[in-house]
Design a protein around this ligand. Structure first.
Ligand code: CP3
Length: 347
């Protein structure tokens, strides 16, 4: 572990993730860097998406924008889950107004079997450079979160070739060519473990694994094609706390809470705090889960619902967050109201 980073001044998130007693829950927002911030939109006019991701000074600046503006309890590195597909030879571009577009999606078993996870940390050295620089520049204000996409979610994009509501082509490939699909999922698992370990080495103090599309699988398919890889990754990462975010998997909460090896479980807004607590019985820290669209509504409602959310989860073993990423049209003052309500919470 690197020893030469500035001392951490706000360790609330780290304490909560260890299950230690805290005075109030820590708060941050998924996708807090970029999207809704005018400061980000300015940088976006000048540089393409991957220029922003691949230039450490830009990634460092964008990561700090929400910290300067809103003062949440953690920073998350400005990057993307699609860096791994890129390193595996999948040509990902981000097209304005459309999202990810891939010229060479996986459509044949030959292509699938040719995917090999090799030298991921070296191929993604720009992420490690951005992480090191950002950790230094944050100067210990808040901990820095690293992240990766879970194998199933990455597979969705690599086969579909673009964003989708149901990822029908990805599921078609999965169900027709399960051996080739499992090969890709296994290589993605290897890649993700080495990627997260390299991020930790470069300064990430917490890591989050996004399985944003877990919920399009039925329970049995989740058990076969997503869960084993989540578990393998969570068990391999023991250097820093790991937050799992398997969106839409309400039926697996108990198992994830007891058997995943993760320190925390991110839950989406379709699950009640009571249900999540009952299923996981305080065996895992919970993170979430305000409906991100609520930040589009009246500020008084944001405050009321945020307080209610903390009342229901409880202050301990809890990280306040949204149930998914912040939406592009959220007014900055509404995001501020969310963060401030958590910071001012008193029982
Ligand atoms: O929290 C943060 O803001 C850190 C940076 C971050 C980005 N992407 C930057 C980004 C994180 C954590 C991600 C994760 C990510 N990327 C996920 C998992 C989380 C989730 O929301 O489910 C997924 C599925 C992706 C793939 C991806 N990247 C899509 C579908 C898109 C286009 C739609 C959009 O705006 O989210 C992106 C582009 C992207 N990644 C942007 C940002 C700030 C928008 C680029 C722009 O238009 O400026």
């Amino acid at each position: 572990m690197p020893q030469d980073f500035p001392e951490l001044k706000n360790d609330l998130l780290l304490r909560a993730l260890k299950g230690e007693e805290v005075e109030r829950p820590p708060v941050w927002m998924m996708r807090q860097a970029g999207r809704y911030l005018p400061q980000y939109m300015k940088i976006r006019e000048k540089y393409s998406f991957f220029e922003r991701v691949q230039t450490p000074e830009l990634a460092c600046e964008i990561t700090q924008q929400p910290i300067d503006e809103l003062e949440p309890d953690a920073a998350i590195l400005f990057c993307d889950i699609l860096t791994i597909p890129k390193a595996l030879g999948i040509d990902v571009e981000l097209v304005k107004g459309k999202g990810p577009v891939i010229d060479n999606p996986i459509r044949t078993t030959d292509h699938a079997f040719s995917i090999l996870s090799e030298d991921i940390p070296e191929k993604l050295d720009y992420v490690m450079d951005a992480m090191r620089l950002t950790r230094k520049e944050l100067n210990g204000r808040v901990p820095l979160i690293g992240f990766a996409g879970a194998p199933w979610t990455l597979f969705c994009y690599m086969v579909q070739g673009e964003g989708s509501k149901n990822f029908a082509k990805a599921k078609q490939f999965l169900f027709s060519e399960p051996d080739a699909a499992q090969h890709v999922l296994k290589e993605l698992t290897r890649a993700t473990i080495s990627y997260l370990k390299a991020q930790i080495e470069a300064g990430a103090q917490v890591v989050q694994l996004f399985d944003s599309w877990a919920g399009i699988l039925g329970p049995e398919d989740f058990n076969r094609y997503a869960w084993p890889y989540l578990q393998e990754i969570a068990e391999a990462i023991d250097e820093v706390p790991l937050i799992l975010y398997p969106k839409g998997t309400w039926y697996a909460l108990e198992r994830i809470g007891f058997k995943s090896g993760a320190e925390a479980l991110g839950i989406d807004w379709t699950i009640t705090p009571e249900y999540a607590r009952e299923a996981t019985r305080n065996n895992i820290v919970l993170q979430g889960n305000l409906d991100p669209s609520r930040l589009l509504g009246p500020p008084e409602e944001i405050e009321r619902l945020t307080k209610r959310m903390i009342d229901r989860f409880g202050v301990q073993n809890y990280v306040a967050n949204l149930g998914h990423g912040i939406l592009p049209d959220v007014p900055v003052d509404n995001a501020r109201r969310f963060i401030d309500t958590v910071k001012e919470y008193e029982k």
